[in-house]
Design a protein around this ligand. Structure first.
Ligand SMILES: C[S@@+](CC[C@H](N)C(=O)[O-])C[C@H]1O[C@@H](n2cnc3c(N)ncnc32)[C@H](O)[C@@H]1O
Length: 224
């Protein structure tokens, strides 16, 4: 069978059905985003479950997300938190944040998820000044031009053992174009170069295909 985009979508549909991925609450999140005219760039159901598994595996009590959109991935991860856990998600666009807040409330997670509005590079220093406990998991999924900056912030706001996840790092293969002038590719390369060069980080990338096309996710752990 040819491994083309249609095949990847068929396999995602099959996996959703077979593994029981997605549910009415998550479907409603996507519908609310569509109805509000938000872009269809949330993680897939399979990727959302992957994030939830990661949150559970690291025993996350505090999660930082950069890039909320309608709250799909935030809800997936927040469901893996203990009752007294907290997820802070940063969103630039007030309209996206409003839709996300409604979705998070409808998912019954308003008590543990906080949506902060503004450019993440302004919200992150504010978070640091509040001197809250460090985050156990940081999910980076916002403006790709700043992915390197966000990995740097993850080092500031995490602890030894924090898992840093960076989405969309393969970009249909574009990441391998070292001469690229595309800001999103340059920002992604910066994030990966930092993971490779920073002695406190150990990480790798999984290339992915699916309903969202050909892409990949970086996973890095903060060490001593
Ligand atoms: C790919 S979407 C996030 C998808 C979401 N993580 C999910 O899977 O459900 C990226 C989001 O980042 C937001 N964003 C873009 N630039 C930003 C910035 N500088 N600071 C905070 N959020 C930003 C966009 O408005 C958009 O809602």
């Amino acid at each position: 069978m040819a491994a083309d985009r249609r095949t990847w979508e068929n396999v995602d549909d099959y996996l959703d059905r077979t593994l029981g991925l997605g549910d009415p609450v998550l479907d409603a999140v996507l519908k609310a985003g569509d109805d509000a005219g938000l872009p269809q760039i949330a993680v897939s159901a399979a990727a959302g479950e992957f994030l939830a598994l990661l949150a559970g595996l690291v025993g996350a009590r505090r999660i930082l997300e950069i890039g909320t959109l309608a709250g799909y991935s935030a809800i997936c991860m927040a469901r893996a938190l203990p009752a007294d856990g907290r997820l802070v998600t940063l969103e630039y666009d007030p309209r996206h944040a409003e839709v996300a807040r409604d979705n998070i409330a409808a998912a019954g997670l308003a008590d543990r998820v906080e949506v902060r509005v503004g450019p993440a590079l302004e919200s992150l220093p504010l978070l640091q000044r509040e001197q809250q406990d460090p985050f156990d998991l940081v999910f980076i999924d916002a403006d790709k031009v700043n992915s390197g900056n966000y990995v740097r912030w993850a080092l500031e706001l995490g602890h030894v053992g924090t898992l840093v996840v960076v989405d969309n790092v393969v970009r249909n293969g574009g990441v391998a174009d070292t001469g690229s002038t595309d800001p999103a590719i340059r920002g992604t390369q910066e994030a990966l170069e930092l993971i490779g060069a920073e002695p406190r980080l150990r990480g790798t990338v999984l290339q992915t295909v699916g309903s969202k096309g050909y892409d990949g996710v970086a996973l890095a752990v903060i060490g001593e």
